[in-house]
Ligand binder design. Structure first.
Ligand SMILES: Cc1ncc(C[n+]2csc(CCOP(=O)(O)OP(=O)(O)O)c2C)c(N)n1
Ligand SMILES: [Mg+2]
Length: 339
């Protein structure tokens, strides 16, 4: 592992997994108590992907995520309190309570946005990566999405353009086996990675339950993209332990056998990573995660809800800007030929 990737130790990966797990557990409780009105898509079970990916990225790398994004934001460095306040629709949230659980962004850590429109983070990541490269930056862009996004035209078009332009973008597919209740085998012909390989993008499938495996694969992909080697596609096999959405419990859906769920729970990314950390350090980290999340809950529920008469605030920039800024303005002439 070379380049500018951070080198992470097992306890550091455990720490972020423990934080995400505790955060999501408490967020589910806040949905049940009505503090979070919208319901959420918990990522419990998939924390290994978020932790490994976040550890491989720099703070200034750009991330676009989807509807199951809380873990990605926390792993990228978003403050748990402002994220939880956002999910609870409070003005002290990272987007002043306007984005909620589905659409948070946090520019301070490079999260440019999350979209509930399945597959639509990918084109934004490709465009961002292309722009970053043209500016001579070594930042990379990442799009995270589920297996359900693979059938989306926007995502397939993104693979094509990323390959054509050799954009510094890493595509991260969290294949948790289902798009809502639809098993991946009934939704996709062929393999996930074949789509990227057909465009000449290096692509491989990895164990998403093991944060260290994720970190190694992600760090290599990020370094390749950063060094000008073009796009990379990573598929991580993972599983969500909770329902697709918190509403699912009420709907009483049955589409996964108890044996299947139990099998995946036996490979819980939290316990797997815990087994690599000494007992004393693990207990300290657990206590830290508990206290950080309790602080976050206090911060979130203390926030005010936006007043209805501000509903149209923050929709448009109030700074005067040229209608159509010159796209070549900050780009050295030498870079204007490609693409
Ligand atoms: C373009 C679009 N089509 C359909 C939906 C409805 N929808 C929301 S989540 C979801 C399933 C997504 O599955 P996947 O991409 O595998 O992510 P996961 O929920 O498993 O993390 C669907 C179909 C949507 N939000 N956007
Ligand atoms: Mg899925």
């Amino acid at each position: 592992m070379g380049g500018s990737s951070k080198l992470v130790r097992s306890p550091e990966l455990y720490q972020i997994i423990a934080l995400i797990r505790r955060f999501e557990e408490r967020a589910i409780e806040l949905v049940r108590s009505g503090e979070i009105a919208s319901g959420i898509h918990p990522c419990i079970g998939q924390e290994g992907v978020a932790a490994g990916l976040g550890a491989a990225l720099r703070r200034d790398d750009v991330l676009y995520s989807n509807h199951r994004a809380h873990g990605h934001l926390l792993a990228k460095g978003t403050d748990p309190g402002v994220l939880l306040a956002e999910m609870a629709g409070r003005v002290n949230g990272v987007d002043r309570g306007r984005g909620g659980s589905f659409h948070p962004s946090d520019f301070s850590v490079g999260v440019y946005g999350c979209t509930g429109s399945v597959g639509h983070g990918a084109p934004m990541a490709v465009g961002t990566a292309w722009a970053l490269a043209r500016q001579g930056s070594d930042r990379v862009a990442v799009a995270t999405f589920g297996d359900g996004a693979i059938g989306q035209g926007a995502l397939l078009e993104s693979l094509n353009l990323a390959a054509l332009w050799q954009a510094p973008v890493v595509f991260v597919c969290e294949n948790n086996g289902y798009a809502t209740t639809l098993p991946v085998g009934r939704a996709l012909a062929g393999s996930v990675t074949a789509r990227a390989l057909a465009c000449g993008i290096p692509a491989a499938t990895h164990d998403g339950m093991d944060a260290e495996v994720v970190y190694a694969a992600a760090a290599e992909a990020v370094e390749r993209a950063r060094a000008g080697g073009g796009p990379v596609f990573l598929e991580f096999l993972t599983y969500r332990f909770e329902g697709h959405h918190t509403f699912e419990a009420k709907a009483g859906l049955r589409y996964r056998s108890p044996a299947e769920v139990a099998g995946w729970r036996g490979r819980d990314p939290l316990t797997l990573q815990a087994s690599r950390v000494g007992e004393e350090e693990r207990l300290k980290i657990d206590a830290w995660a508990d206290s950080v999340v309790e602080d976050a809950v206090r911060f979130a529920v203390a926030g005010e809800r936006p007043s209805p008469d501000t509903a149209f605030d923050h929709l448009y920039s109030t700074e005067p800007r040229p209608y159509r800024p010159d796209p070549h303005a900050a780009v050295p002439a030498s870079q204007l030929t490609a693409g």
